[in-house]
Design a protein around this ligand. Structure first.
Ligand SMILES: [Fe+2]
Ligand SMILES: [Fe+2]
Length: 222
């Protein structure tokens, strides 16, 4: 088996939730390689390894009883250890680790290298469009969120609803449409590469239409 297949098998064993499963990982890898092919100066080995390994610590974060684990930070450490075992060079290991530690939307540690920007863009594109709608409801199901929550200007609820480390504090108060309003809608402003910026518009348009229709149906207006 090639190294890549062996690493995919290791990642697969670590992932269990349906919204962040190996399918998400493989979609991110494909999109990232596509972006890399259109971006001058990107190291494709770093891009591929980083996308395969980027969410390796996701389940560890989700199941952490004290909720302090950041899967970007822990994932970078786990990825480095795995790549070392496979005998990758320190340049590759450092490059991959850097991509993973900066890929998180809610993190404050922004991507700086071209490979990190590509991973970040590919991961964000997998959170919008039809895939984004499907994943938002998978996540809602995993955490027991309601299908829809009205966003009221006069409510004293903090819609950003998050802990200091960026995690959602109260899932019962959260919902896919809130996630769309406070986070997913802003993804176009957070993209780095020209290729991703071209892809994003149709996905956001689709999602915008979906959540508007959902709201009308929920209110019995359509
Ligand atoms: Fe992630
Ligand atoms: Fe991801």
């Amino acid at each position: 088996m090639e190294n890549i297949d062996k690493i995919i098998a290791i990642v697969k064993k670590e992932l269990s939730s349906s919204s962040h499963d190996i399918e998400h990982t493989l979609r991110v890898r494909n999109t990232a390689l596509k972006i890399a092919a259109h971006t001058v100066g990107a190291d494709k080995t770093i891009v591929e390894l980083a996308s395969i390994l980027h969410d390796i610590a996701r389940v560890k974060e989700d199941t952490d009883p004290v909720r302090t684990i950041d899967h970007a930070v822990l994932g970078a450490e786990m990825a480095s250890a795995i790549l070392k075992q496979f005998g990758y060079s320190s340049e590759i290991i450092e490059g991959v680790s850097n991509c993973i530690s900066t890929h998180r939307y809610r993190g404050n540690n922004l991507p700086k290298t071209i490979e990190a920007k590509i991973l970040s863009d590919a991961d964000k594109l997998d959170a919008i469009g039809a895939i984004g709608v499907a994943r938002a409801f998978m996540i809602a199901g995993e955490y027991g969120e309601p299908l829809f929550k009205e966003i009221n200007d006069d409510s004293n609820y903090d819609y950003s609803n998050k802990l200091e480390n960026g995690r959602i504090e109260n899932f019962g108060e959260h919902s896919p449409n809130i996630e769309y309003e406070v986070k997913l809608k802003k993804i176009p402003e957070r993209l780095y590469t020209d290729f991703a910026k071209q892809m994003v518009q149709s996905r956001i348009k689709y999602m915008d239409g979906f959540f508007s229709k959902l709201e009308m149906e929920v209110k019995g207006e359509e």
